[in-house]
Write a protein that binds this ligand. Sequence first.
Ligand SMILES: [Zn+2]
Length: 172
Amino acid sequence: MEADKRTTTICTVFAIDHTALYYSVCSFCERTLPESNTAAPSVPHCEHCNFTRNTTAVPHHGSTSNPSKRLFRVLMSVATETKVSVVVVFDRAARVLFGCSAQHFFDFAKLHPFAAETTGKILEGEMLKVTLSKPKNGNAQHHRVVSVVPLKSGFRPVIDTLREVYGVRADC
Ligand SMILES: [Zn+2]
């Protein structure tokens, strides 16, 4: 098996695709669930572990009764010295930029419908040091960001700025 090739580079965020910031996975086996563009599927059902909403077994804390959970997957165009390219930022790296979980962001965006668009504006022009990994899977079209470090001193996660923009207290 080929080891993935990693490169670290400095880039500037050119734009993000704010229409698709996250995807849903099964809470139990973490496989991707099919989803329509915006709303959660009405009856989440995981074909891999056969978990459905009606299953009563809840292995974790009581609050984890939701059979699906959201993770970040953000398509971002970034400009390096030589070119503009589209990279995909998965959950772990995206949390650094967002400062919260995808579920938390989703809940926030439900109350503030323009939050995703505003996020695009917040991140535009942000300088980042990113480590990119070339997809092992031949079908994956974009390099994925395995780690991200904002270069601006005093970088504030997106959710902080959003709370300020919308006048929401931090504990909401
Ligand atoms: Zn599952």
